[in-house]
Write a protein that binds this ligand. Structure first.
Ligand code: FAD
Length: 472
């Protein structure tokens, strides 16, 4: 069986830290080029604790595009790999350091440069935290929809590089749908403007779109122009309890079959709710094995009808209880619990995170297969999902320091990917390929398409110094 991910992150990096520091003198202030091993260790990996990583040669805390350019040029001259990093909340090992690389942290580039209410767009530096942008837009009566569950921590640059999804994406789309333009430092150290600021524009290839989701392998994003919407209308919440994960999946499919477009449709199982409650003591009731949470933001009586229709979908699929929430605080607590599920589960042991996405009609079948795979490999699998998108996050949990359990979990990881591909799905709906999904990507894409990836990479990063050994 192929490994769940490559067992190496080494690419040759012959240069010394001192030589690099000398070359950067005058370009980046010395105090922002860090070589302290403890600090380097903390910047050497993201949240995907199963993915391999190495110690960087140095960390550069960039504060401008010019500094990023200087680092890329200095590294290119010395064949030193460069790994871009936002907040490090990634779940695929994409920001993990490769041996002897320079990690460029963009987290200090936090300026919100423009919020243009007439054009409904914002121009921001890459280190702006998602929630901070959303809050600043809200003050102007505007909304930046992409809302990964990591929105309190993850950066817009990281969101762009992973094409992050989130809870409201089932209705409002993912990061790519909101990126108008980008400023990027390429692998040759050029600073280029891609995309546009106009409502429409088809001048040349969509290179901004190409950068979105490229996981730091094609360029380092130093500025982002995103489009905005008017503030979202108030939402109604519908909750459904289910005794079986497959029934919960049927409810999700029924919502799509009914032609509803909810503004969120999430699934959380008992393991997740109990983990959040044990951590945050939120008084959550784990009255069922699976909770499905829907939201409707259609105003007026049409929205009331849609909420009623969603309840019927839940009941018809076998819900033990389904109702529209009359207590918005309670509904918000349930969504907050959904957002906290991943860090809560991490407290139970190492978590191997899947991110498969299947056609909506196959959600019940995929959930059933995940359950069977967990049993077959004697592995605890908790389920959270952006279920309305068919984007499922089975979370494989193992005890600490239990190598046989890790091997079983890796086998389960492999089988879940096989099942998703068999059902016409993809290995990653939103977290990106990074390291964890590289073997899966090679199963999903044909050799011809992988060759196209290699050609694009060589065109924009001819010396393959940007995040090498990742994605494909
Ligand atoms: C609790 C939790 C919940 C999550 N929920 C979701 C969710 O709902 N939806 C979702 O999509 N993801 C989710 N994630 C995953 C993660 O938050 C996203 O992938 C996020 O977009 C990563 O942003 P970051 O700033 O942390 O980037 P990092 O983890 O630092 O980097 C991610 C990737 O982007 C590259 N990168 C970062 N910044 C730049 C830049 N400026 N230029 C070029 N490349 C760059 C890195 O090299 C790496 O490949 C979740 C993670 C956690 C821990």
């Amino acid at each position: 069986m192929p490994p769940a991910y490559p067992d190496r992150v080494n690419v040759s990096a012959p240069a010394s830290a001192q030589e690099l520091l000398d070359s950067l003198a005058g370009e980046v202030p010395r105090e922002r080029v860090v070589t302290d091993p403890d600090v380097l260790e903390s910047y050497s990996h993201d949240e995907a604790e199963w993915a391999p990583y190495a110690l960087p040669l140095a960390l550069v805390r960039a504060e401008s595009a010019r500094e990023v350019q200087a680092v890329v040029r200095a590294c290119r001259a010395r064949a030193i790999p460069v790994v871009a990093r936002g907040a490090g909340t990634g779940l695929s090992g994409g920001a993990n350091a490769v041996d002897g690389c320079v990690v460029v942290s963009l987290e200090a580039m936090t300026a919100i440069k423009t919020i243009d209410t007439l054009e409904r767009l914002a121009v921001v530096e890459p280190g702006v935290v998602n929630d901070h942008l959303r809050a600043a837009c809200a003050e102007q009566g505007l909304w930046y929809p992409p809302d990964p569950a990591s929105s309190p921590w993850s950066t817009i640059g990281g969101n762009v590089a992973t094409n992050a999804g989130g809870l409201c994406c089932v209705k409002y789309g993912v990061t790519r749908d909101y990126v108008l333009g980008l400023e990027v430092v390429t692998g040759t150290g050029e600073l280029v403007q891609l995309g546009r600021r106009t409502a429409k524009g088809v001048a040349g290839y969509d290179l901004a779109g190409l950068m979105v989701g490229s996981e730091g392998t094609l360029g380092i994003v130093t500025e982002v122009t995103v489009k905005l919407r008017p503030l979202q209308a108030p939402q109604r919440t519908v909750a459904g309890y289910f005794d079986s994960i497959v029934d919960a999946g049927r409810a999700v499919r029924a919502v799509a079959e009914a032609g509803l477009t909810p503004s969120a449709l999430e699934l959380v199982d008992r393991t997740c709710l109990e983990a959040v409650d044990a951590w945050k003591n939120m008084g959550l009731s784990a009255d069922a094995d699976v909770l499905v949470l829907g939201r409707i933001d259609t105003p007026g009586t049409v929205g009331d009808d849609e909420a009623a229709c969603m309840i019927r979908c839940f009941d018809g699929a076998g819900a033990t209880w389904a109702a529209a929430s009359t207590d918005e605080a309670e509904a918000d607590a349930l969504f907050a619990a959904r957002r906290l599920a991943y860090p809560a589960l991490e407290r139970l042991g190492p978590v191997l995170t899947e991110d498969v996405c299947v056609p909506k009609r196959h959600v019940p079948e995929m959930l059933s297969r995940i359950e069977q795979i967990g049993r077959a490999h004697d592995t605890v699998i908790a389920d959270i999902a952006h279920a309305g998108d068919g984007n499922l996050h089975p979370l494989l949990i193992t005890p600490h320091d239990d190598e046989p359990a890790r091997e079983r979990a890796q086998a389960a990881f492999h089988d879940i990917i096989s099942a998703a591909l068999e059902l016409g799905g993809t290995v990653t709906g939103e977290h990106g390929v990074g390291l964890l999904k590289m073997p899966g990507l090679r199963r999903e894409l044909s050799p011809e398409v992988l060759a196209m990836h290699a050609a694009v990479k060589s065109a924009l990063d001819p010396d393959h110094i940007l995040n090498p050994g990742k994605m494909f």
